[in-house]
Design a protein around this ligand. Structure first.
Ligand SMILES: Cc1cc2nc3c(=O)[nH]c(=O)nc-3n(C[C@H](O)[C@H](O)[C@H](O)COP(=O)(O)O)c2cc1C
Length: 392
């Protein structure tokens, strides 16, 4: 059994890591000075050059090692009670280890494995909730077909960053202006979040509420997004689920914000993702509940909905139909100023499909979906099979 340890914390932690992971064949890779960019969801590793990431940075070295490994440990600092962006980025970039095609694995609808299962463990530093860390590890292990080794807290060598539990914030005004941040790493014109936001804001029309939009996929917009975040009372961050939680690019932006602010504020979230069922989003929802307090804001609730996978690839009429329900949610948000209402909660849809529906989905629907991926790949000029194994 080969064990790969990806250490984002640098050499200071090598001794602790070696003491904790006693497998026979262990390779510790110090990623702290590697050039690794965020996954931007371009889908080339699934549909154009299966198994090969479009970015030619140091993650390619890691990918080749992952293909040879049986066990993976991520060593990471934490922020907001979760992995920091450097740790999360290593998992967001793991997509080429999976295929685009989807199937049911152990009762979970998941992308099929390109190579073999990987067992996953987490060594973390900082003030995170042990149960949450364990939970994320379990969910991530399911994604890559392996077992979870669980999460182990490292002895901290620097000062602990305390997770704030609540922010007592009273707002001065009613909702009159909404700052919307698109947290998707995917360039805005191709982003499903963008289509969802544009339907949502239709619901604000005629209410007198004004809005502004900032896209984190464009770093040139970060300064303006930060300024808007700090100087307004109502903020909405809309983003796609990435490996069970917040995309690493958005985490990096959040980590760049100060924890104290000039204005009181309420922070709400619109969370969506490829998978349909509500339970897929619950881990991220729990992280989001505690996040506003870390930024000096009050929590304004999270609107959750799945099934957003291919919005951008559909014809305009179909696209409009898929995102239309968000307009109603925009109207509700205009009335209530938050997503803490029963209507917002109901919007998620079924927590889990009944057994028979899952069976039918797996027999009929997924076949069609997977065939659609193949056709799509051809239209992108892909010349390899979608389950190609370029590094084996
Ligand atoms: C790196 C990566 C990880 C993803 N992880 C998940 C996931 O854990 N669960 C899920 O339902 N969808 C997941 N998705 C799918 C996205 O949430 C979905 O495609 C979404 O519509 C993308 O929105 P965007 O186009 O605005 O980025 C993932 C996509 C990418 C690229």
């Amino acid at each position: 059994m080969k064990t790969l340890v990806l250490n984002t914390l640098g050499k200071d932690y090598t001794e602790q890591i070696t003491a904790l992971i006693k497998d026979k064949e262990v390779e510790i890779v110090d990623t702290s000075d590697m050039k690794i960019v965020h996954c931007i969801g371009c889908n080339q590793c699934w549909l154009k050059t299966p198994g090969i990431c479009a970015y030619k940075d140091d993650y390619e070295i890691i990918l080749k090692k992952l293909v040879q490994a049986d066990n993976l440990w991520i060593v990471s600092d934490t922020r907001f009670g979760f992995l920091d962006y450097k740790g999360k980025r290593l998992m967001d970039r793991i997509m080429p280890m999976l295929n685009m095609t989807i199937g049911f694995r152990d009762g979970w609808m998941r992308h099929e494995l390109r190579y073999h299962p990987l067992n996953i463990g987490l060594l973390y530093k900082g003030d995170a909730d042990q149960m949450m860390m364990e939970d994320w590890c379990k969910r991530t292990a399911v994604n890559i077909g392996g077992q979870s080794f669980g999460a182990i807290a490292l002895q901290v060598k620097s000062e602990k960053c305390k997770v704030k539990s609540e922010a007592v914030v009273s707002l001065n005004n009613k909702l009159s202006h909404l700052v919307i941040i698109n947290g998707s790493p995917r360039v805005a014109k191709f982003s499903n979040t963008d289509k969802i936001i544009h339907s949502f804001v239709k619901g604000l029309e005629g209410t007198g509420i004004t809005w502004e939009l900032h896209n984190l996929s464009n770093r040139k917009e970060w300064d303006a997004a930060r300024e808007a975040f700090l100087s307004h009372e109502r903020i909405l961050i809309a983003f796609p689920l990435y490996v069970e939680c917040i995309p690493s690019l958005m985490l990096e932006f959040l980590e760049s914000l100060p924890s104290e602010r000039r204005q009181p504020a309420q922070l709400s979230f619109l969370l969506h993702g490829g998978m349909d069922e509500g339970f897929e989003f619950r881990f991220c929802e729990r992280i989001l509940q505690g996040l506003p307090a870390q930024l000096g804001c009050r929590f304004g609730g999270t609107l959750i909905h799945g099934g957003s996978f291919g919005i951008r690839t559909r014809e305009d009429a179909v696209k409009a139909k898929i995102v239309a329900p968000y307009e109603k949610m925009g109207r509700l948000f205009a009335q209530n100023g938050n997503f803490l209402t029963p209507e917002a909660k109901k919007f998620t849809g079924p927590e889990q499909y009944p057994w028979l529906v899952r069976k039918m989905v797996s027999l009929l629907f997924l076949k069609k979906v997977n065939k659609g991926f193949e056709d799509f790949a051809k239209s992108w000029g892909c010349t390899r099979p979608l389950d190609d194994k370029p590094y084996s």
